[in-house]
Design a protein around this ligand. Structure first.
Ligand code: ADP
Length: 403
């Protein structure tokens, strides 16, 4: 990258979810954002959180009404104007969940790319429209700057047929009914961190456990995604806060054919009423609450979750015919020492020599297995916004270099 081209420039990373808009402002080539914000509960009251470079709370702009994503984008602009009026935003980067089979890396937003993203909406109806509303809003408020797009699916485009396909008629595969995999920005970041802190492990076989509200695993072999647990949609694989994870498709047929479920009722159940929430009989989708409740309802959900994470890690390792490093990341993976312990204590047979003192006493990025453990275990906090900002810097640098 040509560093001169990005000096004094700001790069805005935008991550629009169904009811939230996370944003982070980076300056020049620095990896530490000067401002991080989160507009939560868009459309239903809404709250805005704003932090500076050291995590200190920053003053909020006067108007923080969040009636829709456009309004949230106005809060972003007002926050920039309030705290960093001197920074010229050179590019805005967006997280987009689905890039289909078309993109294996970040791209500048062009009318054709926008059309493709819109066409992939039918593959991710519950996520893509919100990503798009973030893009439309940014195009309206920053018409003059380049917008780029980072796809969650892109990191997994290195996977081979046997890990991408479903065993259904091949013509459906040709029509795009295949595993795409998600959480790609998070895996991309973790992969880059492993390369930085442990290059010898980066060349080996790594299983990353992204355990948040959405959860998935990824087998990364020599720096490339080989397999992942999420599939055609973000429903497959591990149980999540409210999503079911892996399920016998016969159950779905039974509910439709014999239990009178409509398609929309089934969809609501699988996306919003299942996972930890469903398993705990409606107690909570939140791992902290389940842990603290100390009830059998909470404990059975945790047992199911731990069992699936542990067996999923074993499957990922088998796919790579070995494992050298297991990484925990995202809300649960980074913060719950108890879940990490429960998962890892069942992985002794695979070569994990877990160190619970390191697990409970340390903080942030660290080793939580013994030094001699055949399979190393680490916690690495993820940073999806930084992946977006780095891509924005790179593309703006390249454009300036050829201009
Ligand atoms: P999202 O997928 O929405 O980005 P996060 O990565 O923020 O989600 O993860 C949210 C999950 O992390 C919740 O289940 C929350 O309870 C869990 N979590 C956060 N902190 C802790 C903690 N200290 N102990 C247990 N679980 C935690």
């Amino acid at each position: 990258m040509s560093e001169n081209n990005v000096k004094n420039k700001g790069f805005l990373a935008l991550n629009a979810g169904s009811s939230s808009l996370k944003f982070a402002l980076y300056v020049a080539t620095q990896d530490n954002p000067v401002m991080v914000g989160n507009c939560e509960r868009i459309g239903s009251g809404g709250t805005v959180k704003l932090k500076g470079a050291s995590g200190e709370a920053l003053d909020l702009p006067e108007n923080c009404d969040l009636q829709n994503h456009q309004a949230a984008m106005e809060v972003v602009i007002a926050s920039l104007n309030l705290h960093f009026p001197e920074i010229e935003v050179a590019a805005a980067g967006h997280r987009v969940v689905h890039g289909g089979d078309a993109y294996d890396g970040p791209v500048m937003l062009t009318p054709e790319v926008l059309k493709n993203i819109e066409s992939f909406s039918k593959l991710a109806p519950l996520h893509q429209p919100h990503n798009l509303s973030g893009i439309y809003a940014a195009m309206e408020y920053f018409p003059e700057i380049p917008q780029l797009v980072c796809f969650d699916t892109a990191f997994h485009r290195t996977q081979e047929f046997e890990n991408k396909a479903f065993a259904i008629p091949y013509e459906l595969y040709e029509k795009g009914i295949m595993r795409y995999g998600f959480h790609g920005l998070s895996y991309d970041y973790i992969n880059s961190e492993i390369a930085r802190i442990a290059p010898e492990l980066h060349q080996g076989k790594v299983v990353v456990a992204h355990l948040g509200n959405g959860t998935s695993l990824c087998a990364i072999d020599n720096g490339k995604s080989k397999a992942t647990t999420m599939g055609f949609t973000v429903l497959d694989g591990l149980p999540m806060g409210t999503r079911c994870g892996q399920i016998d498709p016969g159950v779905l047929l039974h509910l439709l054919e014999s239990e009178g479920y409509s398609v929309s009722e089934l969809s609501r159940m699988l996306y919003y009423e299942s996972g930890l929430l469903g398993l705990s009989g409606g107690l909570s989708n939140d791992m902290r609450t389940l842990n603290e409740a100390g009830t059998e309802e909470g404990q059975r959900a945790i047992r199911y979750f731990v069992n699936k994470v542990r067996s999923g890690i074993s499957t990922m390792a088998a796919t790579m015919q070995g494992v050298d490093l297991i990484v925990f990341t995202a809300g649960i993976g980074e913060n719950s020492a108890e879940i990490r312990r429960l998962v890892c204590e069942g992985l002794g047979w695979i070569g994990v020599d877990f160190d619970n003192e390191r697990n409970t006493e340390g903080e942030g990025q660290r080793l939580i297995s013994t030094d001699d453990s055949r399979v190393k275990v680490m916690v690495i906090p993820t940073d999806e916004e930084l992946v977006i900002a780095r891509a924005a810097r790179e593309l703006v640098g390249q454009r300036a270099a050829v201009a």
